[in-house]
Design a protein. Structure first.
Length: 310
């Protein structure tokens, strides 16, 4: 007969579940308040407008450039360096009659003798297109969440499914809250990062849940909390190693990848850290709180069935 007594584990993760879940609730409320009061700083992908890149032969003076644009009738322009001090990223709100926006920009960006400026890139997004993109983005997040719910419910059990979806939504809310609080620009690349983190976090959670299911069937004795703790400890090295190596790659993107993918990389960094934490603490704690038990995942005991035969 196999030994069905649970083995000792190193770290009592679920013993600290009240602290972990309490911290998550506080941070989630902070993120929701930030979203409600400050809102996301949407890029022109969602609001519409014009994005232009200009290159100066000398070091660009951002204050002068902003004043030049405002003096030429461009309302509330956003001007910042990207890449080098000679390169400038300009964001403009939707302008009336912007068919010749490139010419209007060049006229506005007057330079002194001996200095030159060129428009290296220009993109225009209409307000209706931006609104459609915003609606499609919300729909993508909702459909992704529903797909996760259905998949985990089919593969495991509905309590695990709810735990996984709540943990995943916790990660998404935290990313959005941080972007709202610091007013970092939210564009389509950041949305792509949020969707990627949903899959990344879910994958980590599924690994833990899979081990919990195996150990429920392996150990016929012991408390549910002990078996779940064993499972988290057994998958801990895999979770931390995967997260650490992914984190290093994304960190390099954030530092050396340039302005275009900077916020994308920052969103991934936040998601990896929060997702790792939620996979270890939040998802299993929520499943336990929802009342998951050994009976929900156990296969029939073959030895017990043999004993019951006449």
């Amino acid at each position: 007969m196999k030994d069905t007594t649970p083995k000792p584990y190193a770290i009592d993760f679920l013993g600290k579940r009240k602290i972990a879940v309490g911290l998550s609730v506080v941070l989630s409320l902070w993120a929701i308040i930030s979203l409600a009061t400050q809102g996301l700083n949407f890029a022109i992908d969602f609001t519409g407008g014009t994005l232009a890149e200009a290159r100066y032969s000398n070091i660009a003076n951002l204050v002068d450039i902003r004043h030049q644009l405002e003096g030429s009738g461009f309302h509330n322009p956003s001007v910042q360096n990207f890449g080098t001090s000679h390169d400038v990223l300009i964001r403009l709100e939707p302008q009336p009659g912007d068919a010749d926006i490139k010419g209007a920009l060049l006229s506005a960006l007057k330079v002194a003798d001996g200095e030159s400026v060129t428009i290296t890139r220009i993109e225009m997004v209409g307000p209706q297109v931006g609104e459609d993109m915003a609606e499609s983005s919300i729909l993508a997040l909702v459909l992704a969440s529903l797909s996760i719910l259905v998949y985990v419910a089919w593969r495991f059990e509905y309590r695990f499914s709810l735990g996984a979806i709540l943990a995943t939504l916790h990660d998404v809310i935290m990313i959005l809250g941080i972007f709202a609080f610091f007013q970092m620009e939210f564009d389509l690349s950041v949305l792509a990062a949020v969707l990627a983190i949903m899959g990344y976090s879910l994958n980590d959670t599924i690994v833990v849940f899979d081990r919990i299911r195996e150990n429920f069937r392996k150990y016929r004795k012991g408390e549910v909390v002990d078996i779940m703790n064993i499972s988290i400890n057994e998958t801990l090295s895999r979770t931390l190693m995967t997260s650490f190596l992914t984190f290093l790659t994304v960190l390099a993107m954030a530092i050396w990848g340039g302005e275009i993918i900077h916020n994308f990389a920052v969103a991934l960094i936040i998601g990896i850290v929060i997702g790792t934490y939620s996979s270890i603490y939040v998802a299993s704690a929520l499943a336990l709180r929802l009342g998951v038990s050994r009976a929900d995942l156990l296969l029939p005991d073959k030895e017990a069935l043999q004993d019951d035969r006449p």
